[in-house]
Write a protein that binds this ligand. Sequence first.
Ligand SMILES: NC(=O)c1ccc[n+]([C@@H]2O[C@H](COP(=O)([O-])OP(=O)(O)OC[C@H]3O[C@@H](n4cnc5c(N)ncnc54)[C@H](O)[C@@H]3O)[C@@H](O)[C@H]2O)c1
Ligand SMILES: O=C(O)[C@H](O)COP(=O)(O)O
Length: 613
Amino acid sequence: MALATPLRLRHLLPAAAAAPARAPDPAGPSSLASHRALSLCRGRLLRAGLSTTPRSGLVAVAAAASAAGGRPTVLVTENLGTAGLDLLRAFANVDCSYELTAEELRAKVSLVDALVVRSGTQVTREVFEAARGRLRVVGRAGVGVDNVDLQAATEAGCLVVNAPTANTVAAAEHAVALLAAMARNVAQADASLKAGKWQRSKYVGVTLVGKTLAVMGFGKVGPEVARRAKGLGMDVIVHDPYAAVDRARAIGVDMVSFDEAISTADFISLHMPLTPSTAKLFNDETFAKMRKGVRIINVARGGVVDEEALLRALDNGTVAQAALDVFTEEPPPRDSKLVQHENVTVTPHLGASTTEAQEGVALEIAEAVIGALRGDLAATAVNAPTVPAEVLSELSSYVVLAEKLGRLVVQLVAGGSGIKGIKVVFSSARDPDDLDTRILRAMVTKGIIEPISSAFVNIVNADYVAKQRGLRIVEERIFLDGSPEIPLDSIQVHLTNVESKFAGALSDAGDIRVEGKVRDGAPHLTLVGSFRVDVSLVGNLILCCQVDQPGIIGKVGSILGKMNVNVSFMSVGRTAPGKQAIMAIGVDEEPEKEALKLIGDTPSVEEFVFLKL
Ligand SMILES: NC(=O)c1ccc[n+]([C@@H]2O[C@H](COP(=O)([O-])OP(=O)(O)OC[C@H]3O[C@@H](n4cnc5c(N)ncnc54)[C@H](O)[C@@H]3O)[C@@H](O)[C@H]2O)c1
Ligand SMILES: O=C(O)[C@H](O)COP(=O)(O)O
């Protein structure tokens, strides 16, 4: 049962999804230089591996090992640091073709084994289709993979790797550069002087010393900005609902709630990923809570700001100035009122653009691409090399369950409390030596971390990524009587030392606790806090806590019915008749805010939470 390691991608391939075989390239075997280069980078690559799908279900992906002895071809479509290019050239034929049109890219892609891009190349489904099975690896020389259609990549059997760490400092430095430039009107004054004007009184700025900066998002870039801003004499507060408070304390800054951060800050710098829950997080409602005259810096992703609302806030003076490196649409329209606004300083997505960062990113991506072409699975694999067939056949339903429990439990965390400890409890009648839980633990970690960060988790990097975020994961096994034929009875996920936005999810020990089982091959939620429930983990879920009494199910059901929300299942768990109970309601659609408010206002509903699975 135990997994054999190291695993290579070719061992992970389902035959049907494997890339078609090709004739060896006449260029012959790789040179001595390429062997040297490879042994250099192989030391830095992790060779064991299973991975999971990109933020969705579990799908097999084919990323076959290099074609029999041939020298692969790599297409680089955006400027890449020289050291990375040299590394690639030592291993492959490298075609650097910049500024290709979509049509030109589609024409070239069927002739290459790997494609290396930055954020400026759209790697769409059409690109994967045009590759006709030859393209095996896409390397994103940077963090964000918003420009790569991951689902299409996975379906085409193409591995996507990224370079998540090398541009962190550059992004932080750019945020600080924009902060200072905005405060002193550097860009506007520069343009004015170059236009022949001498406008000293127009461009009086504001000082930074003693001003409060709210750093929103405390992952990799956020702390670097916080440290630098402290050095400038600013009072720094940070907000990140999932980062451990200790990490902030360690650099001498306070972790505060979202509302406190935005309502007390003079400057707000954004460093969170773009996810469904951060999209347009800065909108009319949140701008209205800010101090009049606040200044905003966005070096994260354009989509976290509602750009029309920002424009309104700039026009009515709520926001005095904004400095933006990123936009919802890139490049933004030429006539964008936001870009043209006199109180807005803009740069064309330059956060990662320093010579040093680009050298680092280029090396990081070259190593990952070469490793992937050789059949190794890099720790930075973003999409889905498959789980080996023998593991999949047995554990596939549990793999899905583990990820769903992770996704569910993280949504129960109260904003501002941070996550420090995860405990995963596996109950099984099987001998521990016969049950490899690594993939399940990795899937729980993936479910917790991916929805809240820009990290991609696979079995190779799960423990590392968790540790990097200050998360301690412990695993427990409970041995049950029963048939060892069934691998697992249940998986429990506990978040320890954390506050919940739904008190009903707390166990007697004070942990947020959920448990799931596989029933008829489908993942089910079977425990929330101390309440037994039984609901299929599909679609979305509403958890309501109320005092057990007749009629309440009907009331909530009819609110949802009136709002055209289809209820797929319902289960009630209670401690005793007439005592506190939890109602778990599965819904197909996301209810409107109004429906959720009506549920919250229903007499006897003590608390409720809406969770996306
Ligand atoms: N402009 C550029 O060139 C450039 C360069 C690098 C990174 N980036 C972007 O900067 C952002 C941060 O990058 P990173 O590497 O630090 O990512 P990260 O994943 O390491 O950190 C993101 C942090 O945001 C937190 N977060 C999630 N939801 C939040 C919320 N609602 N409120 C506050 N915090 C929340 C997460 O817990 C996490 O700690 C990403 O959007 C990334 O794509 C841009
Ligand atoms: O996601 C990233 O790494 C940054 O946004 C930088 O993108 P770039 O590599 O296109 O500059």
